[in-house]
Design a binder for this molecule. Structure first.
Ligand SMILES: *Cc1c(COP(=O)(O)O)cnc(C)c1O
Length: 388
C-alpha cells in the first residue's frame, strides 16, 4: 500500500513496540507490572457516573450534539475557570467542547499551519503536538527541555528564521513527561515572545489539578495578554479519572477557538450529550474526589521516591502530575536498553525517555498508576534483580 507522505513522516510509535513486548511477555505467563501508561487506575467518581446513566436514558441526548458543545457544558467550564483560576470566559465564543483534549490538540495545527509553517514543540513532550503538526503538513521544531533550565524551553535560543516561520507554540505545565511546573514569570515571558513574533500559544493543562504539597498550578490565561495570543486545553481525563469518557475543552482567544471549531465542524460531530451532562456534574462538584485521589497518588509517590532512592536511583519528588522522571540508573547506555533489561528481569514496565523526543534520552518515566501493593511488588523485584 502506498501511504500519503504525511503518514510516512510519522515516526514509528515506540509505545506501540513496548505494548507488543508486553503482550508477548504476558503470553509467556509473566506477571507484568505496567508503570508506563499515563492512565489513572482509579475509578470515575460515583456522582459523575450517576449523571451519565440518567442522561443516557433521555432520548433528547441520543441525537447529534451541537458542534461547539452544549451551552450548559461551556457554561460549566467557564464557571469552573472563574472559580478555580479567576479567569472569566465567555461561554459563547471562548469555550469549545472537545472529544478529549488530544482531539483538539491534533486538530489545531490544521486550522493554523500552511505547508512548511513551523510549530514550536517541546522535547521531550506528549507526542501529539509533533504528530498533529506533521499531519497538517507543518514543520515541528524542537524546543529542548533541559534539566538545568527546570525543563522549560529557552526562548532566547530560538533563531530568527525559526521565529519568522513559527505560527504555533505548544507548551504543557505541569509537564508530562518531566513533571516540571512553571509559574507566572515563565508564562509572562511566553506571552511577550508570542506577541513579538506573532505566534499562537497552545498551552496544554490536563494536570492542573494533579498537584501535591499545597502547590497550585496556574492557568496560562491568568497572565495579562495571554488571551490575545493563545488558548488553553484542559481535560476531565486526569482530574476526574475519565480518560475513557473522551471529554475535554479548549478555552481562550475567540478567533483561535473559532479556527479550531471550523476544523471540528467538518470532521467530527461533537461529544455525546450524556457525557457532556456528566462533565457538567464533574465541574460543578465539590472537588472532594480530586483531593481524595491526590492523597492516594501522594502516598504512592512518597513510597516510590523513597524506595527507588534507597536502591541507588536518583529520583526527585515531583510537585505535580502522576509521573516520576529520573535519570537512567547507572551502568546503562540508553533509556531503551535500561527499560528492556528491567522488563526482561523483573516484568516491571517503565517508559524510556527517548520515546518523548531525543532530549528525553538519558531519562526514564514511571507512572504512579498502580495500587501501592503492586508498587511494593515492583520495588521488591527491582531489589532482587541483578541490574547493572
Ligand atoms: C493525558 C494527556 C492529554 C490528553 O488527555 P485527553 O483529554 O484524554 O485527550 C493531553 N496532554 C497531555 C500532556 C496528557 O498527558
Amino acid at each position: 500500500m502506498e501511504y500519503a507522505d504525511r503518514i510516512s513522516r510519522i515516526p514509528s510509535y515506540l509505545f506501540a513496540e513496548i505494548d507488543r513486548e508486553i503482550v508477548k511477555k504476558k503470553k509467556e505467563g509473566i506477571d507484568i507490572i505496567n508503570l508506563s501508561v499515563g492512565d489513572p487506575d482509579l475509578p470515575t467518581p460515583g456522582n459523575i457516573i450517576e449523571a451519565l446513566s440518567k442522561a443516557a436514558r433521555d432520548p433528547a441526548n441520543h441525537r447529534y450534539p451541537s458542534y461547539e458543545g452544549m451551552i450548559e457544558f461551556r457554561e460549566a467550564v467557564a464557571g469552573w475557570y472563574n472559580k478555580r483560576f479567576s479567569v472569566s470566559l465567555n461561554p459563547e465564543n471562548e469555550v469549545i467542547a472537545l472529544i478529549g483534549s488530544k482531539e483538539g490538540i491534533a486538530h489545531t495545527p490544521m486550522a493554523f499551519l500552511n505547508r512548511g509553517d513551523v510549530a514550536l514543540v517541546p522535547d521531550p513532550s506528549y507526542p501529539v503536538y509533533r504528530i498533529g503538526t506533521l499531519l497538517a503538513d507543518g514543520e515541528p521544531v524542537s524546543m529542548p527541555l533541559l534539566e538545568e533550565n527546570g525543563f522549560k524551553p529557552c526562548l532566547d535560543e530560538i533563531d530568527r528564521e525559526t521565529r519568522r516561520k513559527a505560527k504555533l507554540m505548544f507548551l504543557n505545565y505541569p509537564n508530562a513527561p518531566t513533571a516540571a511546573v512553571a509559574g507566572r514569570e515563565f508564562f509572562r515571558e511566553v506571552v511577550d515572545f508570542a506577541v513579538d513574533n506573532k505566534i499562537i500559544v497552545c498551552h496544554d493543562n490536563p494536570y492542573s489539578e494533579m498537584t501535591f504539597d499545597g502547590y497550585k498550578a496556574m492557568s496560562f490565561l491568568e497572565v495579562n495578554g495571554a488571551r490575545d495570543v493563545g488558548i488553553e486545553f484542559n481535560s476531565l481525563s486526569k482530574t476526574f479519572n475519565m480518560t475513557g469518557w473522551r471529554i475535554g475543552m479548549a478555552v481562550g482567544n475567540s478567533e483561535i477557538i473559532a479556527g479550531l471549531g471550523k476544523v471540528k465542524e467538518n470532521v467530527d460531530s461533537g461529544t455525546f450529550q450524556a457525557v457532556q451532562i456528566a462533565g457538567v456534574e464533574a465541574l460543578k462538584s465539590s472537588m472532594d474526589s480530586v483531593e481524595k485521589n491526590m492523597e492516594i497518588i501522594e502516598e504512592r509517590r512518597d513510597y516510590m521516591v523513597e524506595s527507588l532512592n534507597n536502591k541507588g536511583w536518583d529520583v526527585r519528588k515531583p510537585k505535580a502530575t502522576f509521573y516520576l522522571w529520573f535519570p537512567v540508573p547507572g551502568g546503562y547506555d540508553s533509556s531503551i536498553e535500561f527499560c528492556s533489561q528491567l522488563l526482561n528481569k523483573t516484568g516491571v514496565v517503565l517508559t524510556p525517555g527517548v520515546g518523548f523526543g531525543e532530549h528525553g534520552e538519558g531519562y526514564v518515566r514511571c507512572a504512579l498508576t498502580q495500587p501501592i501493593d503492586r508498587l511494593k511488588e515492583a520495588v521488591d523485584r527491582i531489589g532482587k534483580a541483578s541490574l547493572r
